[in-house]
Design a protein around this ligand. Structure first.
Ligand code: CDP
Length: 214
């Protein structure tokens, strides 16, 4: 029986949509781990901290209450929209490259799974670090152009697809090249994950590919 599913991949590949559909199908909960890193970045900006200030950011993170469900609450404040803002988009990868922040959040993510006996988790390091023993690992990607188009459709904050594309590429570069828990390349992921290129596929088609592997 499939209890734990890891979904990893670059920004805008469709991980959240797949996680939602798959969790519904399996009757388990899902956790958007990216929302947790975004919550920390949001709190860092709010506190006026330098995102690259390793110890100060780590200490803020350790003391932060982060609740990720339909809404995202940070120390009880609703940050659901705030964590998707352009300022957080531009900062989150720097915060997520901080090893002490990662250690704290990975611990919380594993505790989340233990408390439920399973779930669908999406992020960058789920199959490699958080749940290396997951029942199913999916690596979801799509062409850079399609990822930027999709994200521009979601954001509606006046940024052009070009601006968003440049931003996604910058984030992917940091996420793939950081020392601690980098996002694997497609080639590396292929060793133990189901790799799906969702370019030109709708959400149902991606879901069907995954279900065929269960
Ligand atoms: O939704 P999108 O693909 O734009 O990104 P996200 O899942 O919301 O994650 C935002 C950022 O958090 C990523 O660019 C990574 O820097 C970081 N992240 C991470 O390092 N590890 C994870 N497991 C999830 C997200």
């Amino acid at each position: 029986m499939t209890r734990t599913v890891a979904i990893d991949g670059p920004a805008g590949a469709g991980k959240s949509t797949l996680a939602r559909l798959l969790a519904e199908h399996l009757g388990v909960e899902r956790l958007d781990t990216g929302a947790m890193y975004r919550a920390v970045a949001w709190a860092v900006l709010r506190a006026g901290l330098d995102p690259a200030a390793g110890e100060a950011v780590a200490s803020l993170c350790r003391g932060l209450r982060i609740e990720v469900a339909d809404r995202v609450l940070v120390d009880g404040v609703d940050a659901t929209e705030g964590i998707r803002g352009a300022d957080v988009d531009a900062t989150v990868s720097v915060v997520a490259a901080n090893p002490a922040v990662r250690a704290e959040l990975v611990g919380r993510q594993r505790a989340w799974v233990d408390a439920r006996g399973g779930g669908v988790l999406e992020g960058r390091d789920i199959g490699t670090v958080v749940l290396p023993g997951a029942d199913l690992k999916v690596y979801l990607t799509a062409s850079p152009g399609e990822r930027a188009q999709r994200r521009a459709g979601e954001r509606r904050d006046g940024r052009s697809a070009e601006e968003i594309g440049a931003q996604l590429a910058a984030r992917d570069r940091i996420d793939s090249s950081r020392r601690d828990s980098p996002l694997p390349t497609v080639e590396d992921a292929a060793a133990d994950a189901l790799v799906i290129d969702s370019t030109g596929l709708d959400a149902q088609a991606v879901l069907q590919e995954v279900l065929a592997c269960l």
